[in-house]
Structures are given as structure tokens and as C-alpha cells.
Design a protein around this ligand. Structure first.
Ligand code: GDP
Length: 433
């Protein structure tokens, strides 16, 4: 997806605009951690054009003076975005801080759309002409508070999306390694690639800054999508947590399968959960990779106990296979590509309606549908309407009668009959018309 970054000094109203444009994602399961609407990274849509959006103002760089902060934020916009929205405040005119941001943005060839916020009424529009002096062409007057002018501004933003091939003609399996610093992502990359002939490396993906590496194993082409902070270039913002979380989210968006890498020595942290939750809600295939397995002193129950811990902490990822590996000793690493392939197959699997309904009807016969206040849930039929991730619609007499525990029961029955390991399944209950 094309990336739009919003940049500007504090208090010009970036997050208000961001939240107005942010699109809602479909939540696969309702009880996942609230990562859907991260305040710095989200999906947006305008006139059928989808994009990712970053509020650079949300990426605070600790212990840096004000000027450094906004410099770093503008640099993030330049590095990450396809189109930059430079936001200023129409009520206050051009400030020194605006000039600072502008000066950094002059260095990029990327399109910059100048948005003048807080232009809440028609009279205020007269003042926007001052902003031509910033040198970014026509200023677009908007009002975050009243939602005015956003349409014209977004028209200009999407006009600047370039035609991208977007890997459309590519049937390789795209996966990413996601995890906190030092869990061993780079070591895993090197160990997986080993002596394999890498077909293309360092080829820009959808954005200039993505590094995609392609390789073939057993006749299958894989693309390792790598935007999650493998490179350490030493820019001030690269080590901030929010920035690395945002990179991880982007990698997930560009992948079919996300490998959540956990360090066996350290166990699961809050950030792991947020990112895994994002992959789940995005409907991606998920594999949990426990690295540095060589470092633990093991008894016969170590693996079982570790697995139980993961299952408790990632309840919503009960479908995700877990692989215990070591980048150091290469233990089980040869299994990884095959597992990615299997998960990708499951993720894009389509079940025929007749097979699906056989399973559903058997399930109903074994455990009758629930009743609420004397009214019984009736299930007429089910059909899979989408793949990657699989979405199944169940037609019923009244969707209010569907209890989540019964829905989960149906999902388990479906999983018992068809291999959907590694992929979330979304079940939608609809009243039959
Ligand atoms: P990244 O930040 O996630 O890319 O992590 P690195 O790949 O840079 O690894 C961080 C440190 O962990 C390095 O010192 C590696 O040598 C070490 N490391 C990585 N994988 C393993 C492993 O499987 N076992 C052990 N013992 N050390 C590992």
C-alpha cells in the first residue's frame, strides 16, 4: 500500500486529521488486544484508494530538544512515505518551526501536499494565501474540528500515488520476521538464507525503504519482506519503540505470513503481544518462532511448559503453530520454509459449500444450537465468501441468537475437519432474508 505521512510541528492538529481519515479494520475476533487503532499508524481509504497512514507526531524521540524532534519526524516522513502531508496552522500563520520542517522537506523529491488546518469557516480562507511562501504550491484549507476540506486535500494526495506494480504478478509467498531488537531476527535471516542463492536482494518493494529478499526452496519462491528494523543505520529515531512497532506493522501489512519471533531467554513482552495482535487482526497467517532455544537448560517438560505459557499469553493465536529454533545451532530451521508454505496454503484455502455444510450439520447434530428465551437458533447453511483470510458466512434465523461460544464451537469443528492451522478464520453470522 502507498504510505501517507503527516508531518508538522506540535499542535497543528495532526492527530485529529489522522483519526478522521483512519479507516476501521475488520476485527477478526472481538476479544483481541486493542491494537487496531494505533494512534500513529493506520489504514485510510479515499474514493476506493487504500493507503497506510503515519502520524509522525506520535513518534516521540526521547531526550531530544524540540528542533531535533521535529527534524527527526520530518526525516521519518521522507524515509517512509510515498506522499507527505505537511500540516500548518491557519490561525497562527507561518512560524519558525514550520520553516524548519519546510527546509527538511525541500530535500526530498517526494510529493508534499500542504494542508492548512483550523480554517474553520469561509472568512478564514483569505489568510491561507500567505502559505504559498512555503514553496509547496497550493495550500489546502482544512478543518479537523469540522471535517471540512478533507476531500479536496485527499484528492490531491491520491493524485500523487504513483502507479506501482505492487508485486501483483508475483506468486511468491511473502513473509516477515517480526520481533523486538535482539531476539535474533538478523541471525535467523542469515541462517535461513545460508548458502541459498538469493534471487534478488535489496530490491525496493512498494516503498523505497523496504528490503525484499527472494529465494527458492523445493521449487517454491519466497519473498522475505523486511522492513522491521533489521538495518541499523543509526538515525536518531531508529531505536525508538514506536518507530520499530510502526515498521513491524508495515512489514505485516506487506506479508502473507508473519513470523512472530520470541527470545526463549526473555519470554513474551507486551510489545510482542501488540504486534502479534496486529497480525491477527489483519487476518495474516501467523507462526510463532521461539529462537535461542539452545540457551535453555532443558528437561523433558521444558518445551511443553514454554508452549503452555505462549498459549496463555496469546489466547487468540491458538491456531498458530509454534516452532522452537536456534539461529546459532540451526536447530529445526530447515522446517521453517515448509511451515510457511503450509500456513500460506491454509490461509488461502477454499472449502466447498457442500463439504462445509456437511461439517456444520454434523456439528449441530452433536451439539444442538442454543436457545435464548425459548427461541432457538436455526442454522440454514454456511458458505466461505473469501480467502486470505478465510471468511465464512453462516446464515441463520436470527443472528442475535448466535452465542460466541457456539460460534467458537463451530470454528473448532471446522478446524478439526480442514487444516486451517496458522490462519485466523472469521465467521460472520447473517440473518437469512
Ligand atoms: P535482531 O536485533 O533481532 O536482528 O537480533 P540479532 O540477530 O542481531 O541477534 C542478537 C544477538 O543474539 C546476537 O548476539 C546473536 O549472535 C544472538 N543470537 C541470535 N540467535 C541466537 C540463537 O539462536 N542462540 C543464541 N545463543 N544466540 C543467538
Amino acid at each position: 500500500l502507498p504510505v501517507v505521512a503527516i508531518v508538522g510541528r506540535p499542535n497543528v492538529g495532526k492527530s485529529t486529521i489522522f483519526n478522521r481519515i483512519a479507516g476501521e479494520r475488520i476485527s477478526i475476533v472481538e476479544d483481541t488486544p486493542g491494537v487496531t487503532r494505533d494512534r500513529i499508524y493506520s489504514h485510510g481509504e479515499w474514493l476506493g484508494h487504500e493507503f497506510s497512514m503515519i502520524d509522525t507526531g506520535g513518534i516521540e524521540i526521547n531526550d531530544q530538544p524540540f528542533v531535533k524532534q521535529i527534524t527527526a519526524q520530518a526525516e521519518i516522513a521522507i524515509d517512509e512515505a510515498d506522499v507527505i502531508v505537511f500540516m500548518v496552522n491557519g490561525k497562527e500563520g507561518i512560524t519558525n518551526a514550520d520553516d524548519n520542517v519546510a527546509r527538511i522537506l525541500y530535500r526530498t523529491n517526494k510529493p508534499v501536499v500542504l494542508a492548512v488546518n483550523k480554517v474553520d469557516n469561509f472568512e478564514a480562507r483569505a489568510d491561507i494565501y500567505d502559505f504559498y511562501s512555503l514553496g509547496f504550491g497550493d495550500p489546502y484549507p482544512i478543518s479537523g474540528a469540522h471535517g471540512l476540506g478533507l476531500g479536496d486535500m485527499l484528492d490531491e494526495v491520491i493524485k500523487n500515488f504513483s502507479e506501482k506494480t505492487d508485486n501483483a504478478d508475483d506468486d511468491s509467498i511473502k513473509f516477515s520476521l517480526i520481533g523486538r531488537p535482539n531476539v535474533g531476527k538478523s541471525s535467523l535471516v542469515n541462517a535461513i538464507l545460508g548458502e541459498k542463492r538469493v534471487i534478488v536482494s535489496d530490491v525496493a518493494g512498494t516503498t523505497r525503504d523496504a528490503i525484499n529478499t527472494k529465494f527458492i526452496q523445493d521449487g517454491q519462491e519466497y519473498t522475505m519482506v523486511d522492513t522491521a528494523g533489521l538495518r541499523k543505520r543509526g538515525k536518531v529515531y531508529e531505536n525508538t519503540e514506536r518507530y520499530s512497532v510502526m515498521r513491524a506493522m508495515r512489514s505485516i501489512d506487506n506479508s502473507d505470513v508473519a513470523l512472530i519471533v520470541i527470545n526463549a531467554e526473555e519470554g513474551i513482552r507486551e510489545q510482542d503481544k501488540r504486534i502479534a495482535g496486529y497480525a491477527h487482526e489483519g487476518g495474516k497467517g501467523v507462526i510463532i518462532v521461539v529462537n535461542k532455544w539452545d540457551t535453555l537448560k532443558k528437561t523433558s517438560s521444558t518445551q511443553r511448559e514454554f508452549e503452555a505459557g505462549i498459549r496463555t499469553q496469546f489466547r487468540y493465536l491458538s491456531y498458530a503453530p509454534i516452532l522452537f529454533v536456534s539461529a546459532l545451532t540451526k536447530q529445526r530451521l530447515t522446517k521453517l520454509p515448509g511451515m510457511i508454505k503450509q500456513v500460506n496454503e491454509n490461509h488461502s484455502k477454499r472449502i466447498s459449500s457442500s463439504n462445509l455444510n456437511d461439517v456444520i450439520m454434523d456439528a449441530i447434530a452433536m451439539t444442538p444450537t442454543p436457545s435464548i428465551k425459548g427461541r432457538k437458533l436455526r442454522i440454514y447453511y454456511a458458505t466461505q465468501i473469501r480467502t486470505a483470510p478465510p471468511i465464512i458466512v453462516v446464515f441463520v434465523n436470527d443472528e442475535e441468537l448466535m452465542h460466541f461460544s457456539y460460534e467458537r464451537y463451530l470454528e473448532n469443528q471446522i478446524r478439526n475437519h480442514f487444516d486451517f492451522s496458522g490462519t485466523p478464520i472469521k465467521i460472520i453470522t447473517r440473518k437469512r432474508k
